[in-house]
Design a protein. Structure first.
Length: 225
C-alpha cells in the first residue's frame, strides 16, 4: 500500500464507507452528468461559418498561420508547402494518431515521416487537435501515444491539423467534445491549450518567439472530415 492509499483508506474508515457503495457512485455520476454550465461567451450563438471565420481571425491575430484545404487528402501537400515557404527540412514527426497515419503521404514523396515522441533534434512536429476554440483561436490537444505532448513543445515548428467541424464556440463546448471522445472514468492525462506560437517578454519586455516551445505554429484547417 502506498502512502496515498493509506491516507484514503483512513479517510474512508473515518467516514464509515468503502468507496464502492452504489448510491454514492450514482450520486457522483448524476452530478457530473448534470453539471450546470457557467457563463457562456456570446460566440456560443455563432453558426458554423461564423465560428470558423472567428477562429481563423483570432489564431492569425496571435501570429499563428492558417491554411485551408477541402479534404484530408490535401493535408500532405499543405504541410509540404509550409515547409518550403519557411525553408525547413522536409522531415516531420507525428504520433500514432490514426487520422494522421491514414493521410496519403505517398503523394508527397519529398517528405520523410517519423513517428513517436519528439526529441531535441526534431525541427517539425505534426499533431491533430481535438478541438479549436473560436472565442480565442486556441487549439485543444489531448496527450497520449496518438499525439505525444513532446511534439507540442520540443520542435521549433508545430503543424496542427484541425477539422473544421471540430471548431467550437467556447471552452465549455471544447471540454464537452473531449469528454465525448474519451468516455468513461478516465480523461486524457493532459489537455493542452495552445494559442499561437510560444512567446515571452520576460527580458526587457521585448517579445521573443520560441522561448518555451515552437517559434512557429501552423494550422491546417480541413473543411470536410
Amino acid at each position: 500500500m502506498t502512502g496515498r492509499d493509506a491516507v484514503f483508506a483512513r479517510i474512508r474508515r473515518s467516514l464509515g464507507v468503502t468507496g464502492t457503495e452504489p448510491t454514492r457512485r450514482e450520486a457522483v455520476a448524476a452530478r457530473l452528468a448534470a453539471a450546470p454550465r457557467g457563463v457562456i461567451a456570446p460566440e456560443s450563438k455563432l453558426d458554423r461559418a461564423a465560428r470558423i471565420g472567428l477562429f481563423t481571425e483570432k489564431a492569425e491575430a496571435v501570429k499563428a498561420s492558417v491554411s485551408r484545404v477541402a479534404n484530408p487528402a490535401q493535408v500532405p501537400a499543405a504541410v509540404a508547402e509550409f515547409l518550403r515557404r519557411n525553408n525547413l527540412p522536409a522531415v516531420i514527426r507525428h504520433g500514432a494518431d490514426s487520422r494522421l497515419a491514414a493521410l496519403p503521404w505517398r503523394t508527397t514523396p519529398q517528405l520523410t515521416i517519423a513517428t513517436g515522441k519528439a526529441g531535441p533534434d526534431d525541427r517539425v512536429g505534426l499533431s491533430h487537435a481535438e478541438a479549436g476554440v473560436a472565442e480565442s483561436g486556441s487549439l485543444m490537444l489531448a496527450s497520449g501515444p496518438a499525439n505525444p505532448t513532446t511534439i507540442n513543445f520540443l520542435p521549433e515548428n508545430h503543424i496542427v491539423v484541425l477539422a473544421a467541424g471540430d471548431i467550437v464556440a467556447d471552452y465549455e463546448a471544447g471540454w464537452e467534445r473531449v469528454r465525448s471522445r474519451h468516455p468513461g472514468p478516465l480523461l486524457p492525462r493532459t489537455v493542452n491549450f495552445i494559442t499561437g506560437p510560444s512567446r515571452s517578454a520576460d527580458i526587457e519586455q521585448t517579445i521573443q518567439f520560441g522561448a518555451h516551445g515552437p517559434r512557429r505554429l501552423h494550422i491546417v484547417l480541413v473543411e470536410s472530415a
